[in-house]
Design a protein around this ligand. Structure first.
Ligand code: UDP
Length: 238
């Protein structure tokens, strides 16, 4: 990677909600294409990229839609939602010439490779973007935990969380105009203050693995690249 970048290998976690764009539900292919462009822009310069996409734009195990279902079955539906998002992202990346592989934690041979750690590492070395689908492959988890687990397994230098807000704030900046952004936080701060950045299990795993979490807004043009080069607004948790 060009020396401009702070990290050689990163995992980018994008929540499903980002992919629905201005729609209230589902996949907005224009938004997917924008995220793909941001990823392609840095992948072409040699940054090794792992992607984890959530499923909240389609189905969440804890949502109203899950109704009277048992939690585990609803969670499996949520995992399937992440597979759909992964395929949409793969299509958008390949359309602009980026080589990708989808690896799923739930085996679905006709659709994606099964998750195999050493194979995923090989893809990264070859410059392919690896999209990890179906979270950790188990209910009672979220894709945040899946992202943290894969970041640790892939030996990533950072876990980037792309959201609709450019970092972690003292309060919700959309509701409270006096809220200010933290430049940096410790894992302990996030856990002790119960800041809603990522699931506690994901934060704890990043702490134990010594991998920084960088929270930034993926909605702004060039923000992924800027964050990787230390420019612009973001919050670093380390
Ligand atoms: N899920 C799960 N195990 C995992 C990952 C995801 O059970 O390892 C289910 C869970 O029901 C979750 C849904 O998939 O609500 C969608 O993922 P998530 O809510 O993390 O998506 P995001 O909020 O990032 O869009």
């Amino acid at each position: 990677a060009s020396s401009e970048f702070r990290y050689k290998r990163v995992l980018l976690k994008v929540s499903g909600e980002v992919l629905m764009g201005e729609q209230g539900y589902g996949i907005d292919m224009n938004t997917v294409a924008e995220v793909a462009k941001a990823v392609a822009d840095v992948a072409r310069e040699g940054v090794e990229i792992c992607l984890v996409i959530g499923g909240g734009n389609i189905f969440r195990g804890l949502s109203k839609a899950a109704g009277d279902m048992d939690r585990a079955s609803a969670d499996y539906m949520g995992m399937l939602a992440t597979v759909m998002n992964a395929l949409a992202m793969q299509a958008a990346l390949e359309k602009i010439g980026v080589q990708t592989r989808v690896q799923s934690a739930l085996v679905m041979n006709a659709v994606a490779e099964p998750y195999v750690r050493r194979r995923a590492l090989r893809h990264l070395e070859k410059g392919r973007v690896v999209i990890f689908a179906a979270g950790v492959g188990a209910p009672f988890f979220t894709t945040d935990s899946g992202a943290a687990l894969r970041a640790a397994e892939m030996g990533c230098d950072a876990l980037l969380k792309g959201t609709s807000v450019d970092g972690v704030y003292t309060a919700d900046p959309k509701k409270d105009p006096t809220a200010t952004r933290y430049e940096s936080l410790s894992y302990h701060d996030v856990l002790a203050k119960d800041l809603k950045v990522m699931d506690a299990s994901a934060v704890a795993l990043m702490r134990d693995s010594g991998i920084p979490i960088v929270v930034f807004s993926i909605r702004e043009d060039g923000s992924f690249r800027n964050t990787l080069t230390g420019k612009g607004a973001f919050t670093v948790i380390s």
